[in-house]
Design a protein around this ligand. Structure first.
Ligand code: G3P
Length: 219
């Protein structure tokens, strides 16, 4: 499973990238807006820091402007993935950009059939928003499993990128559902490393070792 961080916060990226398990970054206009008005600098810094794919979302609305901006975003750095919201009026744009070989991440996907539509266009990533399904009382994991089934049945190349993640339990269920990628907020990523039994175990090992009063392991 590939793991992306769902953030535009450079401090978090700098802190968590050395774990060696983060494969890429996803941003969106909401995440970027939290980092102040210097969006270009923020995105340049992120693309320079992260060797893997960085998703940047279009902010234009008219399909012609989305097409133009999609091409501009694709030129921004070597590791760019252009993020485009799922919409009927963007299907032709998505088809054109996909045919030009631009890696695309189709965002705001809420049903398995929406995923099927853009998988047929050969996009790189399809992002179902699990947390927002759960927020309105729909079982997101059922819908994710159906989406993964459709992808596997028809052998689509697109990768299912589970987004809008709310908890580590949801992350585990996403892994069990065989999603190709997950994008997690930094706070949830960090929670995986916090477990009371792990922390207590480390403290016990240390306390027992200190009883020996030695200064090094091999003295
Ligand atoms: O990448 C965008 C997606 O993860 C948004 O999540 O928490 O705003 O529903 P959220």
């Amino acid at each position: 499973m590939k793991i992306f961080l769902d953030t535009a916060n450079r401090e978090y990226i700098k802190k968590l990238l050395p774990t060696g398990v983060i494969d890429g970054i996803t941003t969106n206009p909401s995440l970027l807006s939290k980092e102040g008005s210097q969006s270009k600098q923020v995105l340049q810094d992120i693309c320079a820091m992260v060797p893997g794919p960085v998703s940047i979302e279009v902010v234009e609305k008219h399909p012609d402007a989305v097409l133009k901006q999609g091409r501009e975003i694709a030129q921004f750095a070597k590791n760019i993935v252009v993020k485009i919201p799922f919409a009927l009026e963007y299907m032709q744009v998505i088809k054109t950009l996909a045919h030009e070989g631009i890696p695309l991440n189709i965002t705001l996907v809420f049903t398995p059939l929406q995923a099927l539509m853009v998988a047929k266009l050969g996009v790189t990533y399809i992002s179902p928003f699990l947390g927002r399904w759960d927020d309105i009382g729909v079982d997101s994991i059922d819908l994710l499993e159906q989406t993964v089934d459709i992808k596997e049945t028809y052998d689509f190349d697109s990768q299912i990128l589970a987004a809008s993640i709310r908890s580590v339990l949801q992350w585990q269920k996403v892994a069990e559902a065989s999603a190709d990628v997950i994008t997690v907020p930094p706070a949830i990523f960090e929670q995986v490393f916090k477990h009371p039994l792990t922390e207590r175990g480390i403290a016990m090992f240390d306390a027992d070792w200190q009883k020996l009063g030695k200064t090094s392991l091999f003295e």
